[in-house]
Design a protein. Sequence first.
Length: 289
Amino acid sequence: MIGRAWLRNISAAAAVTLLSALFGAGLAAAQDGEEVDTALIVAVDVSNSVDDNRYRLQMEGIAQALEDPAVIEGIIGGAKGGILFSMVTWADRPKFTLPWMRITNAEEARATAARVRQLPRQDGEFTCMALMMRNVSDKIVPQVPAQATKIVLDVSGDGPDNCNAEEPVDVVRDELVKWGVTVNGLPILERAQGQSAPPVESYLPQQRGTSTLEDWYRKNVKGGPGSFVLPANGYKDFGRAIRQKFVLEISGISPPSDAPSVYSSSTLAVVQRQRLIVQSGFVAAQRAK
């Protein structure tokens, strides 16, 4: 790994050129295997604010999303017929909790969900998002074990970075975007102790004010073509949010900037139909070659 001190002694242009060459070489070597539609990295906040119940809600929400028929349909209906799935849990330090798993059918999706449910709790106090993104950029993305049409980093958490890292979150985010990674955000909008969360409908554009955390995610986390932020209305709403997020991320069809944070089943069905139309066009084009 090239030291930051050495990089500071050479020109910025040379540093970018060198890092691009190293990253490109590593990525090419790692992607000599089979092709997939999406390499999805799910990064989950497990800092001090996440108690055992909140941790279980997140793991169960991710597991149920992987078992959801709409998600499985999106996975197997892609041009390559499968995705790569991995998980990072992060607090003071990131941990590559679930290494890459290939999902090409319902059985593999259920097996991955079972692994997620068994993941042990990681201890940590702070919300060190920049350090997590740095780890993803340096160690995980360059070693994606297949040729992926797109790489998506799915970041969720209930607060902004509070680690005072050497580099800001948006700087590392921009580096990831430069390498072709799409970064999406799932801020968990929790009310203060003793306050009940507002109804889901309050997060529709015409009925809600701007959440400070949601704003922060849009400014510092969201990045890359087709990126978006889809908040959860508290931890109990995490399962709904992550399921809808998976459908959108796997389909490759992003919601417009003024789209509601909550999607009905009928809206998700439209997304799936749009995806099939896009897929049909792709197949027809391939056959015409």
